[in-house]
Design a protein around this ligand. Structure first.
Ligand code: SAM
Ligand code: SF4
Length: 456
């Protein structure tokens, strides 16, 4: 198995002896966007020198600015089913919690999608518990078809990422054929004894099957996979090294690692406080971790959800986060505010999508609704080589500006539209290629008079 507990534990002990001269050269390497090996990540994680920490944040900010500019990609989760046969100790949907479970009918999916669309979303993450009988793969495929078939005056959900249980190569092939964006799966914890303790019963109890899900997804043709751990279950530095080694494993075997990394921290649920969890990650450690991941995998998108509160979300945007959810509900059918809702967990940023997007704009970010890459076949190693060559900048910024303008025209009030125009006017100067700059200017005019879904 590519994750070896003893190896990671030893690495964390040995990393304490890494001399300052070596830390300097690791940081010099990161400063050139060269990424880091897991051994180098270990050295940074255990180093407690505040001067180095300051440099880590500085480089993370620089990478963020250079590769991602001011763009923040927006999305929202869509929970379709809370049936679950697993007993994950931390989750509101675990099978031992008594509540009336439901899965959305296709009509209900349409209602949810309509609401998400009214918020301006173009990208969703489809979420479901694991239950082969009540929520089989065919149901997920039906949901995807319903979502992709819906077209509105102002657009559609153009990219559906999928966060469902580990499955077979055959099922991954089906998801691939259904045109999903990223297949997202959190390892929860890379520490096998903790994993087995936290996943008390059900198919998810099988550590190895869960750990090898991305191998099967890639064999099934999915080349954008999104990883994560649930911070709070086990020692966070161990988890970060698990992520790094997992990423290296996929790079070696398939030529491409994670497309995204999510950084969820454990939240309360209706039935559970956080009192019993001994590895909760404090804010300072969390900020450091996010920054180090940014240094280690500069071209991997980093996703933050509404599990974090307003203040932390603001801080984390500076140290590496490139995708943000907004206006989220973690209830099945939650956008339509149905009765007897049961959340998977309690969120900490309950502002509306509009409020979040407007604040981003006020802070000089460019909220982006872009979904162009995978629709243009820029996935897996094709995306990564474009990103590494720096070319992606000539694509992402133009697309971000065009989709922001679409959003402003379709969903913004007069003030929002004016603010967007100001930001777009400033940002357009950052498009290096003159031909592209001209093309974007033309497209913005077209959007103004009603054209939609223009992208490079
Ligand atoms: N049921 C599938 C699974 O577990 O892989 C699909 C994803 S589940 C709907 C989404 C994620 O929510 C889980 O992977 C888990 O990390 C996270 N989650 C569950 N309970 C949580 C809690 N109390 N706080 C924060 N995140 C939680
Ligand atoms: Fe089910 Fe996923 Fe919750 Fe576990 S985390 S109980 S698999 S929904």
């Amino acid at each position: 198995m590519f994750i070896d507990k003893d190896y990671i534990e030893n690495l964390l002990i040995e990393a304490k002896n890494v001399p300052d001269s070596e830390i300097d050269s690791i940081l010099d390497k990161a400063d050139e966007f060269a990424g880091l090996t897991h051994q180098e990540v270990a050295a940074l994680l255990v180093n407690e020198n505040p001067a180095y920490l300051e440099r880590i944040f500085k480089i993370a900010g620089k990478i963020k600015e250079h590769i991602y500019g001011d763009r923040i990609v927006m999305f929202a989760p869509l929970y379709v089913s809370d049936y679950c046969v697993n007993q994950c100790a931390y989750c509101g949907y675990r099978c031992t919690t008594k509540f009336e479970r439901r899965k959305l009918t296709q009509d209900e999916i349409r209602e949810e999608v309509r609401i998400l669309e009214q918020m301006g979303h173009k990208r969703i993450a489809l979420e479901a518990g694991e239950d082969d009988e009540n929520c089989p793969i065919d149901y997920i495929l039906e949901c995807l078809k319903t979502i992709y078939d819906m077209k509105f005056e102002n657009g559609a959900i153009r990219r559906a990422n999928v966060n469902i249980a580990a499955t077979t190569v055959e099922n991954f092939q089906k998801l691939h054929d259904a045109g999903i964006g990223t297949y997202i799966l959190f390892q929860e914890t890379y520490h096998q004894p903790t994993y087995e303790k936290m996943h008390i019963s059900g198919p998810k109890h099988n550590y190895e099957y869960h750990l090898t899900a991305f191998d099967r997804a890639m064999q099934g043709g999915i080349d954008d996979v999104g990883a994560g751990v649930l911070f709070g279950l086990y020692e966070p530095f161990f988890e970060v090294l698990g992520l790094m080694i997992h990423n290296e494993h996929l790079e070696e075997k398939f030529g491409v690692g994670f497309h995204t990394i999510s950084v969820p921290r454990l939240c309360k649920t209706k039935e559970m406080t956080l009192d019993g969890f001994k590895h909760l990650v404090d804010d300072d450690t969390f900020l450091k971790i996010v920054a180090i991941i940014r240094l280690a995998v500069p071209f991997t998108g980093m996703i933050l959800s509404t599990r974090e509160d307003h203040d932390m979300r603001k801080k984390l945007l500076k140290t590496g986060i490139s995708q943000l959810s907004a206006g989220s509900s973690t209830d099945v059918g939650g956008y339509n505010k149905r009765e007897n809702q049961q959340s998977q967990f309690e969120i900490n940023d309950d502002r509306t999508a509009g409020e979040i997007i407007e604040e981003l704009l006020d802070d000089s970010y460019v909220p982006s609704f872009c979904t162009a890459c995978y629709r243009s076949g820029r996935t897996g190693d094709r995306f990564m080589s474009l990103a590494k060559s720096g070319q992606i900048k000539n694509v992402c910024l133009p697309n971000a500006l065009m989709t922001l303008y679409e959003y402003a025209v379709d969903y913004g009030n007069e003030t929002f539209l004016q603010k967007s125009e100001k930001v777009i006017h400033q940002q357009i100067q950052n498009i290096g290629n003159e031909t592209i700059r001209r093309k974007v200017t033309e497209n913005l005019e077209k959007i103004k008079v009603g054209k939609r879904d223009l992208y490079l």
